[in-house]
Design a protein around this ligand. Structure first.
Ligand SMILES: [Zn+2]
Length: 156
């Protein structure tokens, strides 16, 4: 449920307004004096929460499964539509990828767009929840230390 804060331009009071859905956002009025002359207050919660909710509502498996990497026209269409939807929010470059495919390049020979999409969504959700970044597999201390990986210390 979208929650937004508004400051009333008539009486100055800040109201938290709850909307039934995103489609009715905009019919805002001051809860104190009922004036419709109100302005959105951009607060951390008000901005991040809908973003996180939107990301959590994405069907990532379905979207990731919708691209056929062996078919350039499928890749181009997928990258174009997905990029239009999420590039700005996730910092991905799927629209650029679509341009490359359109120009005859085959970036998917080196790069799995479904994996990249899934990773970008999970990474952004983690960031919005304020969770720490997990270490990359090659940064795990045990990766370069076979003894450490099985739990043996040096003096055993
Ligand atoms: Zn008011």
């Amino acid at each position: 449920m979208p929650i937004y804060e508004y400051r009333c331009n008539q009486c100055g009071k800040v109201s938290s307004l709850f909307f039934r859905s995103f489609s009715v956002v905009g019919d805002a009025a001051c809860s104190q004096c009922s004036s419709p002359d109100v302005a959105r207050v951009i607060s951390r919660v008000a901005v991040l929460k809908p973003k996180l909710e939107r990301l959590e509502s994405l069907d990532v498996d379905r979207a990731a499964g919708a691209v056929n990497q062996l078919d350039p026209s499928s890749v181009e269409h997928w990258a174009r539509t997905t990029g239009r939807e999420v590039d700005g929010e996730l910092g991905t470059n799927f629209q650029e990828m679509a341009d490359k495919v359109s120009a005859g390049e085959r970036p998917t020979e080196l790069y799995d767009p479904a994996y990249a999409y899934r990773y970008a969504v999970e990474n952004k959700k983690r960031e919005l929840r304020g969770e720490p970044e997990p270490p990359a597999p090659w940064e795990h201390p045990a990766a370069n230390d076979p003894l450490g990986a099985v739990g043996l210390s040096e003096d055993e």
